[in-house]
Design a binder for this molecule. Structure first.
Ligand code: CP3
Length: 335
């Protein structure tokens, strides 16, 4: 069975002797070869240039027996394509060029044609697909709520926009949702085996409002992927009912939810993905191994399970801990 078969079987809820494994932010600064590439190119140059993006995509697969690759890019390329560029601050974090705070600033964004400007991501996916015929290839997109949160200047200000200018807020999400829909369709057409939607700031939306404010934009996005399965990673969500009916084939889960309990509470046709605490990988190989074993034992026999972290790999993670983790998962045999 190829890595790709294993990944697709897990998404389809079929029995496996061990779950497939990939790790959020598996391409990134914890890898010396990534840092070497970054000495020569800015992040944006790498993201915008398909051959460089594919090189970064493949780096973790050359080191570890991962089952899936995620295309190297960022969720913020969508606002960029709409006319709202971003930059990394020296001290870390993101600086958006301007903030969507009213009708005028919303008017500076373009919806029509924005997805076409993201064609370089489709080109990277096609190249990665050709390089990785036997591995699963994951495309991704930010959820409209999370993207709008960045575009409106952070969780607090977004709530202000929601409270004080509801029509502007709704139009922002509608526009972002439309671009994301086209973008997801483009990625599915470029050979992605699955699309992950990152609703990383879901936990910043009051739970009572999550359904009407954030989750309602997910179903059209999932529908845009067509037959390509969608994984929704809604970080900080505790009430899974809305997501269970969104059409997502798999739910990504952070480290604060008990994954085995959630698995039992969901319909069998929805897979789960997660949720090792990325902090456990910042210690030593023995800690990485025992944390992975504990999670595998807990999920043992669970169909529809993809091994991953609860959030992205941290830049200070020693690569040998990732090696110990991946070896533990790939060496596992369900008794
Ligand atoms: O390996 C992979 O997972 C694929 C590539 C990927 C990146 N960003 C590359 C990246 C993916 C899937 C993302 C998603 C992303 N980007 C999210 C959702 C996931 C999450 O973390 O919750 C979010 C919120 C972003 C926005 C973003 N991008 C921030 C806040 C930052 C700066 C903070 C940081 O981690 O440095 C980025 C930068 C970024 N995106 C880097 C990488 C490898 C580091 C940039 C560098 O090389 O200097």
């Amino acid at each position: 069975m190829t890595a790709r078969d294993r990944f697709l079987k897990a998404l389809a809820g079929q029995p496996l002797t061990r779950p497939p494994v990939w790790l959020m932010r598996q391409a990134g600064r914890y890898l010396p070869e990534y840092r070497a590439l970054r000495m020569k190119h800015s992040f944006l140059e790498m993201a915008h240039t398909p051959t460089l993006a594919v090189t970064a995509t493949l780096q973790p697969l050359r080191r570890y027996a991962l089952d899936a690759a995620i295309i190297f890019s960022d969720i913020l390329v969508v606002p960029e394509a709409m006319g709202l560029p971003f930059a990394f601050r020296e001290q870390g974090g993101i600086e958006m060029a301007f903030r969507v705070a009213d009708r005028d600033s919303l008017g500076r964004l373009t919806v029509s044609g924005a997805a076409v400007r993201l064609e370089y991501v489709a080109a990277a996916l096609r190249q990665a697909r050709a390089a990785l015929p036997n591995h699963a290839l994951i495309g991704f997109c930010g959820a409209p709520w999370t993207l709008a949160t960045y575009m409106a200047g952070g969780a607090g200000p977004l709530t202000v926009l929601w409270r004080e200018q509801r029509a502007v807020f709704d139009d922002l999400l509608r526009g972002v949702g439309a671009v994301c829909g086209e973008y997801v369709r483009m990625q599915a057409g470029a050979g992605a085996d699955a699309i992950q939607i990152f609703d990383s700031w879901a936990g910043q939306c009051p739970a009572e409002l999550y359904r009407e404010t954030a989750a309602r934009w997910l179903a059209p996005l999932i529908a845009a992927a067509g037959d390509t399965p969608v994984i929704v990673f809604a970080r900080g969500v505790r009430d899974w009912r809305h997501l269970a009916v969104s059409g997502a084939r798999c739910l990504g889960v952070d480290e604060h939810t008990d994954l085995a309990t959630l698995r039992l509470s969901l319909p069998e046709n929805i897979a789960v993905q997660g949720n090792l605490d990325p902090l456990t990988l910042t210690a030593d190989t023995a800690t990485a191994r025992s944390a992975a074993t504990a999670l595998l034992e807990k999920m043992c026999g669970a169909r529809g399970y993809i091994f991953n972290l609860g959030h992205g790999l941290r830049p200070e993670t020693p690569p040998e801990n990732v090696s110990a983790l991946v070896a533990t998962v790939t060496g596992w045999r369900d008794a």
